[in-house]
Write a protein that binds this ligand. Structure first.
Ligand code: GRF
Length: 216
């Protein structure tokens, strides 16, 4: 068996589900490879082999584990398999990047304050169950809001609810469609997700209740 050599950099696992593009995964890969984020993506976990992130991981020599939820007896059993993959590889930080499944309370307890997610709106507005993908941007436009944006947050037991790590604001234009707004927000996502991970990797985040402080 290959000997595990401890790696000095923060070790990240990215988790995705469905048939997504994997553009946030790519943004994190690029930022780790350029050195902007002092971390290494050790593992990609996907619920599906047919998605953007899996192909992108292959291009960058990143180990991929496909875990199919239907093959497990329960959500707890599925999350236990994810947890086992993560602990056995010495992962420090879990990044959800287009992961649509709700994590079990057991999983969140095990990795408390070590799971990040990105959401395509300014939480706590326009989050929660059903608020994903284009639905978010449709709801923002219908609300008449002048600004939207992206939020990186730590994951707790509720959808889109954990302590906020970073946000970026974008304008909502009068002639925006959900898609044009989604495109603008996505560019902000690609900027702030790596930035938030870098803060974590540099040990600069401290969590106090719902507030995350960025230490200099
Ligand atoms: C992003 O919009 C992210 O905010 C949400 O899922 C989407 C994933 O997109 N959580 P991609 O697969 O990273 O392109």
């Amino acid at each position: 068996m290959e000997k595990q050599v401890p790696h000095p950099k923060l070790q990240i696992a990215v988790i995705v589900s469905g048939h997504g593009r994997g553009s946030n995964f790519q943004a994190i890969v690029d930022a780790t490879e350029s050195g902007a984020v002092p971390a290494r993506i050790r593992l990609l976990i996907s619920t599906n082999s047919d998605c953007g992130a899996v192909g992108r991981a292959a291009n960058h020599g990143i180990e991929t584990l496909v875990l199919t939820p239907e093959k497990f007896d329960s959500e707890v059993a599925f999350d236990e398999a994810v947890a086992e993959a993560i602990t056995s590889r010495g992962i420090d930080l879990i990044c959800l990047a287009g992961y649509m499944r709700k994590l079990t309370p057991e999983f969140i307890l095990q990795f408390r304050d070590r799971i990040m997610n990105i959401h395509p709106a300014l939480l706590p507005a326009f989050g929660g169950q059903g608020m994903y993908g284009i639905h978010v941007h449709k709801a923002v436009i219908e609300s008449g809001a002048k600004f939207s944006g992206a939020t990186v947050h730590l994951v707790d037991e509720h959808y889109d609810h954990g302590p906020i790590v970073a946000q970026a604001v974008v304008s909502v234009a009068d002639d925006d469609t959900p898609q044009t707004l989604a495109d603008r927000v996505l560019r902000a996502e690609h900027r702030i997700y790596p930035e938030a991970i870098a803060l974590f990797a540099e040990g600069r985040l401290s969590v106090n209740g719902r507030r995350v402080r960025v230490n200099s």
